[in-house]
Design a protein around this ligand. Structure first.
Ligand code: PHE
Length: 359
């Protein structure tokens, strides 16, 4: 049993007076407490009414208050507790009403902020369109690597080492291994597909290609091609012509005419370049077609028998045609983009003009 000495008694008495003084200060603090946020109401609760709050810890001190003073201290503390609780209820109410108030101030009928929608890159738009046109003719998508070995890019395409046609394409070689290069054309996908698949083959292969050219309005060190390959029995040059004619009409409209000029590619024989009638001047002559009325859009030809043999496809049984076109070129003609650099500069003033063009 605790025997209260005179010394202890005095200490408890002064502690009690201290508590009463503190209560008065806290009452003032509570009265002045203003808050309009949920957070502040909650921190008020924690400080005064929480498990480790001021009211609780004062309650614990009650046991030390001398008996004849207990009633006075108890009343005071109870009153303090009620004040704190009442204030807390008021704070809660204030925050919910102020939040409601804010919600009521919103005019839900006002138009919202416009969401800016990204646009497809013009080259993607044109590439997707080319793919979908050829899809309708039964060509399926095929893709190949951009870092390629010499064999797939050149040798298998009927361009053995020291073949002069290799010089037509200024090649980027990979330093560590002279057998590796950045593909100079998408014809490497022909090789990649024919080594795995046997006829009938009907593929369309879009992709990025690289050539060591000085960057200007008319040339770039990388650009994009779409390659087409069709190998089956009875594939003829007439099929090639009709396929490409269909493509051009779907891409540019029914009024466009085509013409073929004899050309040379090591992997096709015979080879031809295809021109379309100038879309700008309809053939009467302008600076886009250099006053010829025609613009070149692709290279093509019948797959060279050597290429077929390389992939164990018998050239006596099968024939095929192939073509390759530059996406930038098609895009230039379709959207009048006259500077190749625009495609890779990411200038939104350029890109935004293709907003809403869907494909
Ligand atoms: N690979 C050729 C080039 O890059 C294009 C082409 C492809 C020509 C297929 C004929 C057949 O110029």
């Amino acid at each position: 049993m605790l025997i209260t000495t005179q010394k202890n008694y005095n200490a408890y008495l002064s502690r009690m007076e201290e508590l009463l003084a503190q209560i008065n200060n806290y009452k003032q603090e509570i009265e002045n407490f203003i808050s309009y946020s949920n957070d502040a109401a909650e921190s008020f609760r924690i400080k005064f009414l929480g498990i480790k709050g001021i009211v609780k810890s004062m309650m614990q001190e009650m046991k030390n208050v001398p008996a004849e003073k207990k009633k006075e201290a108890g009343l005071s503390l109870n009153e303090f507790k009620q004040i704190a609780e009442a204030k807390y209820e008021k704070l809660k109410l204030q925050t919910t009403t102020s939040e409601l108030q804010i919600k009521e101030d919103i005019d839900y009928t006002l138009p919202g902020d416009a969401i800016t929608i990204g646009t497809r890159h013009p080259l993607s738009i044109v590439r997707n369109r080319i793919i979908s046109i050829f899809n309708r003719l039964g060509f399926t998508l095929a893709e190949g690597p951009e870092i390629e070995d010499d064999w797939h890019n050149f040798t298998s395409m009927n361009m053995p080492k020291n073949h002069p046609a290799r010089d037509m394409q200024d090649t980027f070689y990979v330093h560590q291994n002279p057998d590796w290069l950045l593909r100079t054309h998408t014809s490497n996908v022909q090789a990649r597909v024919m080594e795995k698949q046997k006829p009938p083959i009907r593929i369309i292969c879009p992709g990025r290609v690289y050539r060591n050219e000085t960057i200007s309005a008319r040339a770039h060190c990388f650009f994009h091609q779409v390659e087409g390959l069709y190998v089956d029995d009875n594939v003829s040059f007439a099929d090639l012509k009709q396929t490409l004619y269909f493509f051009v009409q779907e891409m540019f409209g029914n009024d466009v005419r085509i013409r073929f000029r004899p050309s040379y590619f090591p992997f096709t024989e015979p080879s031809a370049e295809m021109d379309i009638s100038c879309l700008i001047c309809s053939g009467s002559g302008c600076n886009i077609c250099k006053y010829t009325g025609w613009v070149e859009i692709l290279g093509s030809g019948m797959v060279h028998p050597n290429v077929l043999s390389t992939f164990n496809i018998d050239p006596e049984v099968y024939t095929g045609f192939a073509f390759g076109m530059g996406i930038e070129r098609i895009c230039q003609l379709k959207y009048r983009v006259n500077d190749l650099r625009l495609y890779s500069q990411n200038d939104v003033r350029f890109l935004k003009q293709f907003a809403g063009v869907i494909i």
